[in-house]
Design a protein around this ligand. Structure first.
Ligand SMILES: NC(=O)c1ccc[n+]([C@@H]2O[C@H](COP(=O)([O-])OP(=O)(O)OC[C@H]3O[C@@H](n4cnc5c(N)ncnc54)[C@H](O)[C@@H]3O)[C@@H](O)[C@H]2O)c1
Ligand SMILES: [Zn+2]
Length: 340
């Protein structure tokens, strides 16, 4: 099995980009491994779990909470998990977050690996070692930073993924291209969602490229360059809209990227908003919406990236080049008011 090693100051992650679930037994001993998945993944792919000790959790962001971690820990105790046990999270970002966090705290740390089963988890959530749970309205408030021992990619698991989940993944992929990789942006412009759903080799290459992009940003931030903030491109306004309206994460950050692109024109002379808009639309993502600006701004005022009366906004200088720019709330209201 071909292996790519991601090195971090606190450990390393072995990535098997062209893998298959059946190869899991080569990296985790079935006799001493507990696999954790969610009900949807289990329902669609029941047969792959044969021969593995498997815990099935309820699916959905509302279960990414401490109570689920507590219940999972109790199940680990009854299965007699000890410090030699490997935990493997098989699922989307909710599962990788829950399992990564639980593995970090159970007996002060078990070996953990992930088999990401959503496009978003493959290119984003499974990478970087930040894992945690939501507390009330606060997303990912409690958690740990600890790198998984391995990531096993089996893209055949994506065959059952609903379209909206594909779009959520592509929103993060377009984000990566916009902030870091102009050539990837150009490639995406020439292709489409149905193309990637059909072409295994192209999809595998796309996923590996995006996993590397996220890894590089996370790794460079260990050296405190602050680049990890770039990954928030589109997420400032995106989160404000996601909370207020019934939007998927991908739809919300798509709108957030368009807002950031307009601000980028004003503050950075960014001239490629139309290109970004066309690419998002090509992958089925929304680019224009009427929303309550006052309400959105009141959510932004509580944002973690706020500094007194300013917010640190991730903007684009050009496609493939991000920058962080402080914007005063008064200015933000004026600029965004013009767009609506
Ligand atoms: N730790 C990080 O750095 C990081 C980064 C980004 C996102 N996240 C977290 O990831 C979560 C979002 O991840 P997600 O979008 O994967 O959500 P998710 O785990 O909720 O998965 C989305 C839906 O798809 C279902 N599903 C998963 N795999 C499937 C498959 N192969 N076939 C059919 N259905 C399948 C799930 O059951 C769920 O209903 C959020 O909680 C977010 O905070 C974490
Ligand atoms: Zn996101």
């Amino acid at each position: 099995m071909k292996k790519t090693r991601f090195l971090f100051s606190s450990g390393s992650t072995d990535c098997y980009f062209n893998g298959a679930f059946t190869q899991l037994k080569r990296i985790a001993d079935p006799a001493n491994t507990i696999v954790v998945t969610d009900q949807n993944v289990y329902r669609h792919h029941r047969s792959i779990f044969a021969g593995w000790n498997t815990i099935v959790l309820r699916a959905g962001e509302e279960y990414k909470v401490q109570a689920t971690v507590d219940a999972l820990i109790e199940q680990l105790v009854s299965l007699k998990a000890d410090r030699t046990t490997t935990l493997v999270g098989v699922g989307g970002g909710v599962i990788t977050d829950l399992v990564g966090y639980t593995a970090a705290i159970y007996m002060r740390g078990l070996r953990v690996g992930f088999v990401p089963t959503t496009l978003l988890a493959m290119v984003d959530a499974a990478i970087g070692g930040k894992n945690g749970v939501d507390v009330g309205v606060y997303k990912n408030l409690a958690g740990t930073i600890r790198q998984p021992a391995f990531l096993l990619y089996d893209i055949s698991l994506l065959s059952t993924l609903p379209t909206v989940e594909w779009q959520n993944g592509f929103a993060e992929i377009i984000k990566h291209a916009a902030i870091l990789d102009a050539s990837l942006f150009g490639t995406l412009e020439k292709r489409s969602l149905p193309f990637y759903q059909k072409d295994r080799a192209a999809l595998t290459a796309l996923i590996a490229r995006n996993a590397r992009l996220k890894y590089k940003v996370v790794r460079s931030d260990e050296q405190e360059t602050g680049n990890r903030k770039w990954l928030n491109f589109g997420h400032t306004m995106g989160h404000a809209l996601e909370n207020q309206y019934q939007l998927s994460h991908g739809q919300a950050i798509s709108l957030g990227m368009m807002t950031a692109a307009a601000l980028s024109y004003h503050y950075q002379g960014f001239t490629e908003s139309a290109r970004l808009e066309e690419l998002l639309a090509l992958y089925g993502l929304p680019t224009r919406a009427h929303y309550n600006l006052k309400k959105a701004l009141s959510v932004l005022r509580m944002d973690k990236k706020r500094q007194a009366d300013r917010i640190l906004y991730v903007l684009l200088q050009k496609i493939g080049k991000a920058t962080v720019h402080p914007i005063r709330f008064g200015q933000l209201e004026k600029q965004l008011g013009k767009q609506l």
